[in-house]
Design a protein around this ligand. Sequence first.
Ligand code: NAP
Ligand code: GCO
Length: 260
Amino acid sequence: MSRMFSLDGKVALVTGAAYGIGFAIARALAKAGAKIVFNCRGKEHMEKALAAYKAEGIEVKGYFCDVTKEDDVQKMVADIEKTVGTIDILVNNAGIIKRIPMTEMSAEDFREVVDIDLNAPFIVSKAVIPGMIKKGHGKIINICSMMSELGRETVSAYAAAKGGLKMLTRNICSEYGSNNIQCNGIGPGYIATPQTAPLRTPGNPFNSFIMSKTPANRWGTIEDLEGPAVFLASDASNFVNGHVLYVDGGILAYLGRQPE
Ligand code: NAP
Ligand code: GCO
């Protein structure tokens, strides 16, 4: 059974894995045997990430690469394939959110969110799939969201992007499943990372709101995503395709805590 979940000999690219969810997923894939490559944009983020991976005893190769820049992505993937090996596992994790009421949001802000959260997974997947086809297998994991299914105030761009990412996941499954490429999503619930830090400030009513919507009655941790990621990256999921695995503590199943 353990062989089924082994990633020994596999090369995994995790985008935006300097910290947060991407870092945890990269760490988990490394512990399962994968060779890890990651990218981010910030020099400070890169330095801290390399130190953090080293502290975990994980050998990684980091690239400065903005996932929205197709030429840079193509160069990064070519260098990975030349110096590390063909990419077996791609995790499209890099993402941003802008919380602005739609009628106050500029088209530029809307475009930036969609560019990083939806266009970039297309760009990176397009760069990686040819190598997977040549190799005869591949695993793509797109990091979706509760907002792939639900809306809420101030996150119009993010919800549109993550809803699109769910359908891109299904389309990659449809178009490349015959090449033995499995493309699935992970839909994290509300996870404690820098991205959600503004929602978790002391006394912020959003905290109690999320507790009332989560049967698990807690924020998720980045560690909660490690097992699901290894499952979708491994042979254990070879007949799972086009699926979004929600790791949300039950939010999507729950109307919300009833008044006492
Ligand atoms: P985070 O803490 O803000 O980390 C985002 C990462 O992406 C950082 O490493 C950032 O590094 C990188 N990044 C952003 N834009 C990039 C770009 N254009 N090119 C390359 N790297 C880029 O976010 P997180 O909470 O870990 O979320 C990670 C993913 O999970 C995102 O897709 C997010 O939408 C999704 N998600 C998060 C939650 C949650 O509750 N936290 C729930 C569901 C889904 P640089 O800025 O240095 O580039
Ligand atoms: C928000 C949060 C969410 C989470 C996540 C939920 O403002 O509602 O940032 O969008 O990041 O996507 O799955």
